[in-house]
Design a protein around this ligand. Structure first.
Ligand SMILES: Cc1ncc(COP(=O)(O)O)c(C=O)c1O
Length: 430
């Protein structure tokens, strides 16, 4: 089997692990195309959560066996998260409510070291999860500079160089845009920030649903992720480069935990969700095995180190990205068949630099009405600004800063894209 057929076979089969993907609504087979907001979960996750409730439903900090087992699972889950993103080990990971709350924690802790007149950089491209926590620091006289984008939504590196001359303390930036799907060059961004003496806080949320993330290769100092966008339960986790732990000297409830990122896990955690996260990583390992069964060998993936679990989890994402590029090329080619489309972000010539996340408007059609018409036909997609408020204001001003977003992941198929366009053409009369 050639590589493209192997990718297609692997990922079309991946749907069979997701019980929710066969759903119908009001007689329509649902096309789930809102994956950037949150992905579906596989039966690996559902089974893990159920198993937790039956066998390990206990609170931490006591002596009985079920508690000990539950605590071991949490460490195992942190190690899996570390393998997934390429962190050193579990001590650089903490689970928590979601990515947004981690950005607030980062701003709170790192902000303690800042004084009036210090600069930090945020971007015009980011989701407000990694914008608003930093803007709050402006109330204390900290200068928040905005790194802007050009008319395609690409970050303007010339302006970045100028902003770095202010010797900012922190650069807060996204790994990939949840609006345009554009992948940002985190290695370049971080190298430039470090040369200027700044720490980098990365929003890895969108990128992690699509790419083999490597926090060490990118060099970022802090990052946050949403587990529910990587085929797991509604939660998040963060990465803290161990070398930076000493900087986080606030809010330490248990002194003995200050050697690790765990101190972010204050209070009781979502144990069932954390076990569900283990299921999401088991799913990725299964995908790697399926890929290998179709002749795609994880040893062919360019991963930094040889840890088997890393190879399996990030390996699955490596193959997923290759497959998703095929979906992007196909989707963008079909989009050209619709008159009056205004696409925000990279065109089909740049599928290497984008995720299969497509925001667009159609001239003559109100965005929200389009969304409702699609919903009535069984297409679950999103309209609005998806909290990339500044970016959408910049790109889609003539449509009130709003657009229709179709966001796909590796379990979507060419056949679904065809069904989507058949529906869209019916709605817009072409
Ligand atoms: C790029 C990006 N960052 C952050 C978030 C917020 O994540 P959470 O819900 O985990 O706080 C989202 C959610 O859509 C997102 O797309």
């Amino acid at each position: 089997m050639d590589k493209n057929s192997a990718l297609q076979q692997t990922f079309e089969h991946s749907r069979t692990y997701f019980p929710s993907l066969g759903d119908s609504y009001k007689g329509h087979k649902i096309l789930f195309m809102d994956n950037s907001a949150g992905a579906q979960v596989s039966s690996f996750v559902i089974d893990r959560v159920k198993d937790y409730y039956i066998h390990r439903n206990a609170q931490k900090g006591t002596i009985f066996k079920r508690t000990a087992e539950m605590q071991e699972r949490i460490i195992e889950a942190r190690q899996m998260a570390a393998d997934f993103i390429g962190a050193a080990d579990h001590s650089e990971i903490a689970f928590g409510l979601n990515a947004t709350s981690f950005f607030h924690h980062f701003a709170h802790h790192l902000g303690r070291d800042l004084k009036a007149g210090d600069h930090i950089i945020i971007t015009e491209a980011d989701h407000h999860a990694n914008v608003d926590p930093w803007l709050e620091l402006a109330e204390r006289g900290i200068v928040v500079d905005v790194w802007t984008v050009d008319t395609n939504g690409d970050l303007d590196y010339e302006q970045y160089e100028q902003l770095l001359q202010n010797k900012p303390k922190i650069v807060a930036a996204g790994w990939a845009s949840n609006a345009t799907g554009t992948i940002h060059d985190m290695e370049r961004l971080t190298r430039m920030a470090h040369n200027a003496g700044a720490l980098v806080v990365a929003d890895g949320v969108q990128a992690a649903s699509h790419l083999a993330i490597d926090v060490k290769k990118a060099g970022v100092d802090f990052a946050a992720f949403s587990t529910y966008k990587i085929f797991g339960p509604h939660m998040g986790f963060c990465y803290v480069n161990r070398e930076n732990l000493a900087r986080l000297d606030g809010w330490r409830i248990q002194k003995e935990l200050t050697e690790s990122a765990y101190f972010f896990e204050v209070g009781s955690q979502n144990h069932e969700g954390i076990e569900g996260f283990i299921g999401s990583m088991e799913y990725l390992a299964q995908l790697s095995a399926d890929a290998a069964g179709n002749g795609l060998d994880i040893d062919m993936t360019p991963l930094r180190d040889g840890r088997q679990a890393r190879k399996e989890f990030a390996g699955a994402m490596y193959w997923a990205h290759l497959y998703e590029k095929q979906l992007s090329a196909y989707f963008l080619a079909r989009l050209q068949e619709i008159d009056g489309v205004v696409l925000y972000g990279k065109t089909a010539d740049y599928v290497d630099e984008r995720l299969p996340v497509f925001s667009f408007n159609i001239k003559g059609f109100e965005t929200d009405k389009l969304g409702h018409a699609l919903d009535a036909a069984g297409v679950e997609a999103r309209t609005g600004n998806y909290l990339a408020i500044n970016l959408m204001k910049r790109l889609a001003d003539e449509f009130g800063g709003s657009a229709l977003r179709i966001s796909l992941v590796h379990y979507n198929t060419v056949e679904e894209i065809d069904r989507f366009f058949a529906i869209l053409k019916r709605i817009v009369g072409k």
